[in-house]
Write a protein that binds this ligand. Sequence first.
Ligand code: PBG
Length: 325
Amino acid sequence: MFPQVRMRRLRQGKLQNLVRETTITADDLICPVFVDENIETPQEVPSMPGTYKLPVDYAADEAKEISDLGIPSIMIFGVPARKDESGSSAWGNNEVVQRAVRNIRNDISSRDMAIITDVCLCEYTTHGHCGVVDYDKEEILNDPTLPLLGKTAVSHAEAGADMVAPSGMMDGMVESIRSELDNNNFENIPIMSYAAKYFSAFYGPFRDAAESGYSFGDRSSYQMNPSNSNEAIREVELDIDEGADIVMVKPALPYLDILYRIKDELEMPTAAYNVSGEYAMIKAAAQNGWMDENKIIYESITSIKRAGADMILTYFAKDMAKLLK
Ligand code: PBG
């Protein structure tokens, strides 16, 4: 009798859920939120249909809506009213992110929301790079950037952030943030490091949203070359040694091999960032009627989890949470 093994036996409707290997819940999702000091009403990001930048005082309502969908955490990105060469609006105590975090913290209805803040300089600097710049050499300087990231992280924690997420790919950023937090009695604030962040064209639409395009050069001297995989392991190992509590791979879908290796080899709590370009492609295809948006969302998020992500940052977080209800 052939075939003896019939894989289709377990694919019968009633039994499928018993043998499902990957399950997503809203607990796995982190919802990005853009707050912008320059606007008075929500503004849709042109290259990210369905994603809005919000005035600072909308943050609490947004957090509540996200929380009501069962999503336990948000990641805050700020667009400041003022930019300068060093990015000082990143760390002042009354700047865009700090204000948004307080806005949420002061609102009792979103008390259970875990607030994560993106720690980087690119949205706050006139040149748009993630570090201090030497204009003569057109170089992004590593070590002078580190104390600024430390200060920024502390200011976020002071405002009430539950976790900080450095995304600038500077060497030593986790260690300097860890020691600054510790020196300021924030030894219990964890660090989610964008540890394996690639130099990716998939960030294009985000730069629309966060107004973080750069004035010269590109980010290839600090973000990783998409050709490399072993290097991601080293990056993540270093961040673990420096004190990272959660490590992130970014982007997600084109880098599932990296995600798989990192989860498999390093066994850390691992996040994946389903970035703006991944979102924009799906939205564009769906708007043209070329793909079924909800099915693509479900399949994409499932694939990212299956590859090894414990948590997924995605602009589809709210849509996904609704699909799961
Ligand atoms: C800032 C930052 C970027 C993203 C998250 N944090 C942009 C970049 O590095 O250019 C990208 C997110 C996305 O594309 O969704 N350092």
